[in-house]
Design a protein around this ligand. Structure first.
Ligand code: SF4
Length: 264
């Protein structure tokens, strides 16, 4: 089966344990205003203008974001890195966008990788029908699961969708005893309020099996991506997240979760 990918990163160290091959898939049904990967949201291939410098001249060229790949081609890329995975305890991570937007493609990649004894991780917003998660459960060793906003009205306001399905899917994965790392994007004044973080902490105290949180402080490195897409990015009104505040939030969560990292 073929799917649409927009980037593949070898030797990644922030998307799960060890050295990883991270495959970024196109398509995401959410619309988080702070999104770091705006080029991931549309499921289609997109043509954008980009500048290329040759000597002292600059040319505008068309660049296509997104390309089709077969699941077997992704397996080949993973097998090429297998020695590094074995050495470091790494594997493959499927990210996006929202990888479950192409859930059948994802299930095939994960199944192929497990057949070859490669560790698999799925980086998800949790926003997909529960039966899609059911389909990938047997082939997924680790879920990197985003929790953004616990208040449903705020979730709708800032991402465009309700969090009810996300929380249901998290509960489902916990009930299935899956390994889960919770990832929390830190957006000043939005996700980092005392009320939001306290509610997330309360939820994690109920889910003792979740032993790790990755805090993902907002940075405005995606501004160039927004410029290429011709849309205004969030950095005009969002500053990079303050380091001291991220450290305070790490201490807050360390009271109840054994591993809390900043930056994944
Ligand atoms: S879920 Fe992730 S990829 Fe989708 S819009 Fe939000 S930040 Fe972007």
């Amino acid at each position: 089966m073929k799917g649409t990918v927009f980037n593949i990163r070898s030797f990644s160290v922030n998307d799960g344990p060890g050295i990883r091959l991270t495959v970024f898939l196109k398509g995401c049904p959410l619309n988080c205003f702070w999104c770091h990967n705006p080029e991931s949201r549309s499921p289609e291939e997109e043509v954008v203008k980009s500048s290329q410098r040759v000597g002292d001249k600059c040319f505008e060229v068309d660049e296509t974001i997104g390309y089709e790949m077969r699941a077997s081609e992704i397996l080949e890329r993973a097998l090429a890195d297998k020695a590094f995975f074995e050495e470091s305890g790494g594997g493959i991570t499927l990210s996006g966008g929202e990888p479950m937007f192409q859930h059948e493609f994802v299930a095939e990649i994960l199944q192929l990788c497990k057949k070859h004894d490669i560790h698999t991780a799925l980086d998800t917003s949790g926003f997909a029908p529960t039966q899609f998660f059911e389909q990938v459960l047997p082939y997924t060793d680790l879920f990197l699961f985003d929790l953004k906003l616990m208040d449903d009205a705020q979730h709708i306001q800032h991402t465009g969708e309700s969090n009810k399905l996300i929380l249901k899917n998290l509960q489902h994965l916990v009930d299935q005893n899956k390994k889960i790392i919770i990832r929390i994007p830190l957006i000043l004044g939005v996700t980092d309020t005392v009320a939001n973080l306290t509610t997330i902490k309360g939820l994690l105290q109920k889910h003792k099996a979740i032993e790790r949180i990755d805090l993902l402080p907002y940075h405005n490195l995606a501004q160039a991506k927004y410029a290429r897409l011709g849309t205004p990015g969030p950095s005009a009104y969002l500053e990079g997240y303050p380091k001291e505040k991220a450290a305070e939030i790490r201490s807050f969560f360390q009271e109840s979760v054994s591993v809390v990292s900043i930056g994944g």
